[in-house]
Design a protein. Sequence first.
Length: 202
Amino acid sequence: MNTVLVMCAIALFVWAFTEAFAWPVIPDVALASVVFLAPDHAAVLVVATVTGSVIGGVTAMAARRSGWRWPLPLVSEHMQSRVATWLDRGPVGLMHQPLTGVPYKAFVVEGARRGFRALPWAWWTGVFRGARMAVVGATMVLASNVVGHLASPHAAEARIVVLVVGLVLFVIGWRITWLLWIRSESRSPARTAGDTARTMRP
């Protein structure tokens, strides 16, 4: 395992870990980018990301239960209300997180409030978030191989160009989504947790 791969795996772990606390960008974005450029190492990169998310979630829950508090960027009271309903079933309610767009940290905060145990939380985080990250990894492997095949013998250069274009489109989409979200929140009596959303502009 080369040094660059190790550094990428560590970076993905840290990204996923901090996203469970406050970092507003899901680790799937970084995972997709790295796997697209290094498809042969997708399994290691996915495992590193999932592990960071699991450990981050459990650690953040423990910190909240111990009285630690911190801002929750892009988490609204409406989101927290939905999460509270989903987690009435227990940690298995995490099944709603991967496809709804509600930040994982909102689930972590509610899970801590309810005193969920670490082991079931870690298990269901790994199952549901891990499944999504595995799909992201597999999709990027397929896309990378297709680009590499079509652009051979300039596969590496083509992957970089495609990735840059993809990231630009992602940032534009995130910007538009953020503006729409702020507009919807301004029309609602619910306020964002900690009033931090406006300080986290993309």
